[in-house]
Ligand binder design. Sequence first.
Ligand code: IPE
Ligand code: IPE
Ligand code: MG
Length: 256
Amino acid sequence: MESEVKLLVQRQLPRHIAIIMDGNGRWAKNRFLPRTAGHHAGVSSVRKVIEYCGSIGVNALTLFAFSSENWRRPQQEVSVLMGLFLATLEKETAKLHKNNMRLRVIGDRTAFAFELQESISAAESLTSSNTGLNVVIAANYGGRWEITEAVRRVVTQVAEGHLAPADISTEIIASNLNLADLPEPDLFIRTGGEKRISNFMLWQLAYTELYFTDTLWPDFDQTELEEAIKDYAGRQRRFGYTGDQVEKLFIHNGLR
Ligand code: IPE
Ligand code: IPE
Ligand code: MG
């Protein structure tokens, strides 16, 4: 790692990075290839980003692989994406495990083929005790879906008499979301040039630093990720405080 980046990273390393991996289709189109060639090419970016995040000690990396809206795509493209997901899980899980990484999938997996559901469960159980990088794949995931599920759980607790309506708080909602045990994303990255959230982690992104790059996902590599982390490290997160207050907090408590 370059020393400048290393210094910045030591000073202000994001604990959780969440990425919308966008631009595979355009990458392929630019090369007169079918869109699915872009999805295949995107897998190597996934590998690079996971390796790099593991090497610098990030706690969690969440990758948006398939949205609950992506079913609207041509059936052939959807089926290639599903096949690629399965093949990549089968091929890469052993390596993740060897590297002490924990894999989790968030999203409504009941819509997936049985074989894919089985493979997801197997990868999750194999790696469940690992203590290194948390690799989270968001598949058939939507932020509104996740919040709706959390609300359903909370309402069930109320209906069963375990919780009073007056005790429903933001903490209670948050603790019923998928990744309640992980810090919320510090850094959000979207490749591919679009400046939107596309129903990704709506609740958790409330105070996340947003970073957008025109680079198409298959072209995204370690250098690009370092750029994003450098940019993040140079920002002042205020969480509603004034800039001066934050400076003081930093000096006295080393808060980030
Ligand atoms: C992101 O790339 C991958 C998925 C949504 C599965 P796209 O396929 O959306 O690529 P563009 O946006 O069409 O270029
Ligand atoms: C968001 O990308 C979902 C993933 C990257 C998996 P899309 O390409 O589907 O988003 P929109 O439709 O352009 O908002
Ligand atoms: Mg897209």
